[in-house]
Design a protein around this ligand. Structure first.
Ligand code: AMP
Ligand code: GLY
Length: 429
């Protein structure tokens, strides 16, 4: 079998790494890939938004299945194009991906289907948006409806800050058309949890829930990022909670998507807030999360390839083997470049520590400098260092220590990944 992975980040490296373990005879290719992915796949320099070129690549290389990593090509309709050419692909169509690409679409769907989420009002006019602030107490959340790489959200502590966020999105268009429509949302208090389900549009199989660390700084302070680290499993995700999320959120969402004429096939990512009133949806994504994927793939004991192949091939998951998990903990520490998440500096030379038992270093924003042949930084999140151990505390230490030994100028990392779970543990014992 031959699989094409579209993307070139840490998530795609983790997916490629897992698939190559599921079937050592598997032929893997990636576009564009990165220097880490190149250790398990042949990489082709085709950008993720070049859908036609990607379809040609899949045809020329006789690819059996294409797996799409990032949201951008999904929004652009890569799945529609591949399907129209009879090329099996894992991921939702452009219409189904609206659950991520339009927060407005997602909110309307949730309200219609009675799915628990924050109360919100939607605006495209700054004056009306500011007037609507009166209906919300502080803090209030202001967010762009479109894709903004996890950065189009402001949790405003005051009306003045909320008004500034409204102006930035609607008047100054700091996120371009992604901020043409905005949502003003009630603030939900609680802990966040990421639950991924693999779905054929009807059946849904949950993967191991993980917790992301979206803020740049330790203790969950500073600006929002794409994610600075993750761990799994978490005691927050009890079997009861997951079964509640499946029955109150995931299944009604898939059913509402079918009713809307947009069958959702692929990976549905439920970004949840676990509040005192139970789990509520913060957002949906239409693809694997980054960096949660880097934490959960090394814990997956059963085949990911089988599930991806079943869905991409147009089959059903009704007889699929449920995912199985190692009885271990994983912690992923993201090592980010100077300037992230604002203006990222690239081209800094990276030195990696020697390989270590129980540690996998997934490449995200790295490249080989053609002039010097050295590994250099090439994106905001540079590496994701995952450690697997029998307990969370040990996994956190090993991940942190390994990430500390990565060297490049201006590197940033959080040294507290897993802190919520670790302090929970301390309270219990
Ligand atoms: P989103 O892009 O919608 O996932 O938002 C990014 C981050 O902003 C989330 O992971 C939360 O930390 C925070 N956030 C978004 N919406 C809310 C909300 N209604 N209440 C509290 N925090 C939120
Ligand atoms: N971990 C956040 C995301 O993938 O959107």
């Amino acid at each position: 079998m031959k699989v094409l992975i579209v993307g070139g980040g840490g998530r795609e490296h983790a997916l490629a790494w897992k698939l190559s373990r599921d079937d050592p005879t598997l032929e893997l290719i990636a576009a564009p890939g990165n220097p880490g992915i190149a250790s398990v796949a042949r990489c082709f320099p085709v950008a993720v938004d070049k859908h036609k070129e990607l379809a040609h690549l899949a045809e020329d290389e006789f690819v059996d299945i294409t797996l799409v990593g990032p949201e951008l090509p999904l929004e652009g309709g890569i799945v529609n194009l591949f399907q129209s050419r009879g090329l099996p692909i894992f991921g939702p169509t452009r219409e189904a991906a609206r659950i991520e690409t339009s927060k407005r679409f997602a909110k309307d769907l949730m309200v219609r289907a009675g799915i628990p989420t924050a109360r919100a009002s939607q605006h495209s006019d700054a004056r009306a948006a500011k007037a609507a602030l009166a209906e919300f107490s502080s803090p209030v959340v202001v967010k762009a409806s479109g894709l903004a790489a996890g950065k189009g959200v402001v949790v405003a502590q005051s009306t003045a800050q909320a008004e500034r966020a409204i102006d930035a999105l609607l008047s100054d268009r700091v996120f371009g058309n992604a901020g043409r429509e905005i949502l003003i949302e009630e603030y939900m208090d609680g802990e966040e949890l990421s639950l991924f389900v693999i779905t054929d549009g009807h059946q849904a199989l949950p993967l191991l829930a993980a917790q992301d660390h979206k803020r740049l700084l330790e203790g969950d302070f500073g600006p929002n990022t794409g994610g600075m680290g993750a761990y799994a499993p978490t005691s927050l995700a009890t079997p009861e909670l997951i079964s509640r999320v499946m029955s109150e959120i995931v299944r009604p969402t898939l059913s509402a998507m079918r009713d809307a004429g947009s069958l959702f096939k692929g990976l549905l990512y439920a970004g949840l807030m676990i509040t005192d009133d139970g789990p509520k949806v913060v957002e949906f994504n239409s693809r694997f999360g980054d960096p949660e994927t880097q934490a959960i793939m090394p814990l997956m004991d059963s085949s990911l390839l089988e599930l991806i192949a079943a869905v991409a091939g147009g089959g059903s998951l009704s007889r699929a083997r449920h995912p199985e998990w190692k009885n271990l903990s994983a912690v992923t520490t993201v090592v980010a470049a100077a300037g992230y998440p604002d203006k990222v500096r690239t081209g800094d030379v990276i030195q990696l520590p020697a390989a270590e038992e129980g540690v996998v270093v997934f490449h995200a924003g790295t490249a080989i400098d053609p002039a010097t042949n050295q590994l250099v930084t090439a994106g905001g999140r540079v590496l994701a260092v995952t450690a697997v151990a029998s307990g969370l505390l040990e996994a956190a230490e090993v991940s942190r220590n390994h990430a500390e030994r990565v060297s490049f100028k201006g590197k940033q990392l959080r040294r507290d990944i897993g802190w919520r779970e670790l302090t929970r543990g301390a309270r219990v014992t």
